[in-house]
Design a protein around this ligand. Structure first.
Ligand code: G6P
Length: 372
C-alpha cells in the first residue's frame, strides 16, 4: 500500500534512498576505538579465525556480486585467498574443502534454497560456515556456525539494492576483524579503513542527489535495446551488478565486462550508438588503473560507442571522451563500489519506469527462490 511505501512511488525507490541508513545500521556496534570488533565473530573464536587458510564465498544473484566485491578487500587486508562461487555450481561439483576452509554464504533472505543446500554441503565436508544475512532467524543463519546480520531493514522490491551495500559493508567488517586477528594491518591502516567505512553513509546520501540527472538519461534512453557495462578491479563486479539490475527491471539485454577483457572479444560488439556504462576508477586512488580505463573508453568511443561514465568528482580526464558523466564522491578505491552502484540502480529503475514496468515486481522473478 501507499503508506507502507512511506510516500515513495515504489518500494524500490524507497529502498534505494534508504542505502545510507542500511550501511550506517550495519556498522553500528561493530566499530570501537578505531578498529572493528564484530561481536558475533568473537563468539566464533579468534584462534579459529586466525587459523583459516582459505575462504570460499557462496551466493546467488546480487549477493554473489557483493561477494565478488569483498574478495578484493579480504585478500588485501587479511591476506587470505578467497574464491567466490555461485551456490548451485559449488554444490554440484566436487569442491575441495578442508577444516581450515571458511565458507561464507551471503543471502538477503536467508532462504535461497541453492545457497542453503551449498551451506549444508560445505558443513558435511567439515568446513566452517558464516552467514551474511538480512533476515533475523532465517534458515541459512540458523544452519551456519555464525552469522553477521546486515541491518538494511526489510527489503521488499524483488531486485536487491540496499541489501547489496549492506552486504558489502558487513563483509568489509568481517575482513577488518579478520585482519586484526591475523595482524595483517597496522593499527593506523585499520583506522584508515574504518574511517573510510564510516564516511560511506554520508557519501551515499550525496550520491543519491544524482537522481534527476539519471532519470533524464534513462528517459532519453527508453528505447535502448542493449547496454554494456565495463569495470575494472572492484568496478568489475559493479559492472556485472549494473547489468543484472537492467535485465531484472527493464528487460533489456545487458552485459558486464572486465574492462581489460574488452580487447579479447567484447569490443567486437561495439557499433555506432551502442551505450556503454563505464565504472571509472579513481585517478588518485587507482593511479595505475585509471589511465587504462580511460584508454578503453577512447578505444570504444572511436568505434562510435556512447559513453556514460561513473567517475569520481573532479576526474577531468574522462570529460573529453564521455557523452555523460555521473559523478560520485571521492572514496578510497575499495570503497568506490558502494557509491558507484547507486547510479546504476537508479538508471535501471528509471528506465523501467520510463517503459511503464512494475519496478517492485518484475516479470518471472521472485524475491527469494526457495526451490533448487
Ligand atoms: C533472487 C532475487 C535476487 C537475489 C537472489 C538471491 O533471484 O530475485 O534479487 O539477488 O535471489 O537472494 P538472496 O535472498 O539469497 O540474497
Amino acid at each position: 500500500s501507499a503508506s507502507e511505501k512511506g510516500g515513495w512511488s515504489s518500494f524500490m525507490a524507497k529502498e534505494v534512498s534508504e542505502q545510507p541508513d542500511a550501511v550506517a545500521n550495519t556498522l553500528r556496534g561493530r566499530i570501537a576505538d578505531g578498529h572493528v570488533v564484530v561481536p558475533e565473530l568473537v563468539a566464533f573464536g579468534d584462534d579459529v579465525l586466525a587459523g583459516i587458510r582459505r575462504i570460499v564465498i557462496i551466493a546467488c544473484g546480487t549477493a554473489a556480486y557483493a561477494g565478488q566485491t569483498a574478495k578484493y578487500a579480504i585478500e588485501k587486508w587479511a591476506q587470505v585467498p578467497v574464491d567466490v562461487e555461485l551456490s548451485h555450481e559449488f554444490r554440484y561439483r566436487d569442491p575441495v574443502l578442508t577444516s581450515d576452509t571458511l565458507v561464507i554464504s551471503i543471502s538477503q533472505s536467508g532462504e535461497t534454497m541453492d545457497t542453503l543446500m551449498a551451506v549444508k554441503y560445505a558443513m558435511s565436508l567439515g568446513a566452517k560456515t558464516i552467514s551474511i544475512c538480512n533476515t533475523q532467524g532465517a534458515t541459512i543463519p540458523r544452519e551456519s556456525d555464525a552469522v553477521i546480520y546486515t541491518h538494511a531493514g526489510p527489503e521488499v522490491a524483488v531486485a536487491s539494492t540496499k541489501a547489496f551495500v549492506a552486504q558489502i559493508s558487513a563483509l568489509y567488517l568481517f575482513a577488518l576483524h579478520l585482519a586484526r586477528v591475523r595482524g595483517t594491518l597496522t593499527d593506523a591502516e585499520q583506522l584508515t579503513q574504518v574511517e573510510e567505512l564510516q564516511a560511506i553513509p554520508e557519501k551515499l546520501a550525496t550520491t543519491l542527489l544524482a537522481e534527476d540527472e539519471v532519470r533524464q538519461l534513462a528517459r532519453y534512453m527508453s528505447d535502448t535495446r542493449a547496454v554494456l557495462f565495463l569495470g575494472r578491479h572492484v568496478g568489475f563486479p559493479i559492472a556485472l551488478e549494473g547489468a543484472l539490475k537492467l535485465k531484472e527491471l527493464a528487460y533489456i539485454h545487458a552485459e558486464g565486462f572486465a574492462a581489460g577483457e574488452l580487447k579479447h572479444g567484447p569490443i567486437a560488439l561495439i557499433e555506432p550508438g551502442q551505450p556503454v556504462f563505464v565504472v571509472v576508477p579513481s585517478p588518485r586512488g587507482s593511479a595505475h588503473l585509471h589511465p587504462k580505463v580511460v584508454s578503453n573508453i577512447q578505444e570504444i568511443r572511436a568505434r562510435g560507442a556512447r559513453i556514460i561514465a561513473i567517475a569520481e568528482s573532479g576526474d577531468a580526464a574522462v570529460l573529453p571522451f564521455a557523452d555523460t558523466v555521473i559523478h560520485i564522491p571521492l572514496a578510497a578505491p575499495l570503497f568506490e563500489p558502494l557509491l558507484a552502484v547507486v547510479p546504476l540502480q537508479m538508471f535501471a529503475m528509471e528506465l523501467a519506469i520510463a517503459k511503464g514496468l512494475d519496478v517492485d515486481q518484475p516479470r518471472n522473478l521472485a524475491k527469494s527462490v526457495t526451490v533448487e
